[in-house]
Design a protein around this ligand. Structure first.
Ligand SMILES: C[S@@+](CC[C@H](N)C(=O)[O-])C[C@H]1O[C@@H](n2cnc3c(N)ncnc32)[C@H](O)[C@@H]1O
Length: 209
């Protein structure tokens, strides 16, 4: 277990070395979280909320595994990543080996709705629900069933945080501890993108059951 505080730059460098998805699908919104944003979230979860070190972590919609691998690197007891896409899961497995985190990580190719059990901490960067309506709230529903504390990243509305999401979370038994405003930048990935780089505001919801 990591006992000393890891430098954010060290974590970011590790995450930057991990391979992206070789053939991302727009229908699954397979954007890889940028290394600096992943490091910011993991740092908050570990050192502000004490929700990583020694904990059992579940990364829902893990993609190429950045959040789960980063959590393992910071000292999680175990980190499990789940994704519906087998190519993402194979890439995450190889990434965990590259980061020498294979003993602390496990990878499950499955729909998140099949997952049962109880975990200390859920980390998720779910589809924003742009390609498939309600994809984001389905993730929130699963996360609230499976975790004691949930870190969930969502696209912010044009002006403010989403009153719809706040209501959804509270009516599903979640208590919002904080909403951290952040920014996400993604490179050109899909045919419908109009810019080389798209930067937009996101909110990290920290939710307790
Ligand atoms: C926005 S990507 C995030 C990937 C990764 N967590 C990251 O932050 O780099 C969302 C991920 O959710 C996965 N996904 C979408 N629907 C899913 C479902 N029903 N069950 C499991 N995974 C799903 C996609 O394949 C994709 O990898």
């Amino acid at each position: 277990m990591q006992r000393r505080m890891v430098r954010k730059l060290t974590l970011k460098k590790l995450l930057n070395q991990l391979a992206p998805h070789p053939s991302p699908k727009p229908s699954l919104e397979q954007y890889t979280i940028p290394a600096d944003l992943a490091a910011e979230i993991l740092y908050l979860a570990a050192y502000t909320y004490n929700a990583i070190i020694g904990k059992a972590i579940l990364d829902l919609g893990c993609g190429t595994g950045r959040l789960a691998i980063g959590a393992a690197f910071l000292g999680a007891k175990q980190a499990i990543g789940v994704d519906i896409d087998t190519t993402a899961i194979r890439t995450a497995q190889r990434n965990a080996e590259k980061a020498k985190m294979q003993e602390k990580t496990q990878w499950v190719a499955s729909d998140i709705h099949t997952i049962r059990g109880k975990f200390d901490t859920i980390l998720q960067n779910p589809p924003f629900g742009v390609q498939k309506r309600k994809a984001d709230t389905k993730f929130l529903e699963s996360a609230l069933k499976l975790g004691n504390i949930v870190f969930s990243l969502h696209k912010r509305g044009k002006v403010t945080t989403s009153s719809f999401l706040i209501k959804f979370i509270t009516t599903h038994g979640g208590k919002i501890k904080a909403i951290h405003p952040m920014r996400m930048a993604i490179p050109y990935m899909f045919y419908f993108h109009r810019k080389q780089r798209h930067e937009f505001p996101v909110d990290l919801y920290v939710i307790e059951k």
